[in-house]
Design a protein around this ligand. Structure first.
Ligand code: ATP
Ligand code: MG
Length: 275
């Protein structure tokens, strides 16, 4: 994780510089283009084209189309570069934390940057619709934790939810209305002054009691060889319980989706070990 975190942080840093060139210069380009297009328009209005050569050239390059399309092209380039900047920021926030340090952390920032990283996996695929994410965030205090490790837990649990929604629908679930929305719900709550709770739920196929009994074991997986190592939940369990003195539990029944509940103490020193 630490090596992985460094690679992510390093790549984010490397991408950040060239993206800033593009992003910073786009604003100038937009101004220049606006000025030039304005000038061309003025020429058209005040100095009507007289030579056939200019008229032919204007038709050749499709001047009208360019005048119309160029501002839109620049707008979409700006949207693209904004998006890259957001992703870079998320990657940084996802990995910026020094594993060795316990820090005061905004849990919602961790959830959001993890979701941003997984964003491309939420989009519609050939065999399933887009996965909607519903956020139900409470007002939470900053929580004392190893933020990088906790983000790893969010990543593992959210990845499982996405993979569960991507599996072929079981007979039970295929009886559900065809237009059932694939959905992941993130809910946070302050349980009491000393504990926060993060629930990550999906409305996928659910988990059988047999699998639930074993899924936190290292190397337990129901995925085919090469698809899963079976370490996601084992590592997450260890991070939540041993590193944070918290609890990681699951509620699920077949056909009813699955809900993973993470509870961690707001302050390590006050709450001490997990109950
Ligand atoms: N949200 C979920 N819905 C249905 N089944 C789940 C869900 N989350 C976990 N599981 C089950 O728990 C098993 C173990 O999960 P875990 O994350 O530990 O390993 P994995 O996802 O199989 O592999 P890896 O995470 O290493 O890629 C999964 O193979 C799957 O059967
Ligand atoms: Mg997994």
């Amino acid at each position: 994780m630490s090596g992985f975190g460094k690679i992510v942080a390093g790549s984010a840093h490397e991408i950040n510089n060239p993206v800033n060139f593009i992003h910073g210069n786009l604003a100038y380009v937009q101004n220049y283009v606006e000025a030039l297009l304005g000038l061309v328009k003025m020429y058209q209005e005040q100095c009507p084209i007289t030579t056939t050569e200019i008229r032919a050239e204007a038709e050749d390059v499709d001047l009208e189309f360019i005048q119309n399309d160029l501002p839109k092209t620049l707008d979409s380039m700006k949207t693209g570069s904004d998006r890259i900047r957001e992703i870079v920021l998320s990657l940084r926030s996802f990995s910026r934390f020094d594993e060795a340090d316990i820090k005061l952390v905004d849990i919602h920032e961790g959830l959001d940057s993890t979701l941003m990283i997984l964003g491309y996996r939420l989009e519609a695929e050939a065999d399933r619709p887009e996965i909607r994410v519903h956020r139900d965030y409470a007002i939470l205090p900053l929580v004392e934790c190893y933020a990088g490790l906790l983000n790893q837990v969010f990543l593992n649990v959210l990845t499982n939810a996405i993979e569960a929604l991507s599996t072929e629908r079981t007979p039970q679930t295929s009886q559900a209305p065809v237009d059932r929305l694939d959905q992941i719900t993130l809910q946070t709550a302050l349980v009491d002054e000393q504990w926060v709770q993060i629930k990550i739920a999906d409305n996928g196929p659910g988990i059988t009691p047999e699998v639930q009994q074993k899924m936190f074991d290292p190397f337990f997986t129901t995925k085919s060889v090469g698809e899963g190592t079976g370490m996601g939940l084992a590592v997450s369990y260890q991070i939540v319980t041993e590193r944070h003195g918290g609890q990681l539990t699951c509620r699920s029944s077949l056909g009813e989706g699955a809900e993973f509940i993470i509870q961690i103490p707001v302050r390590r020193t006050v709450t001490g070990e997990s109950t």
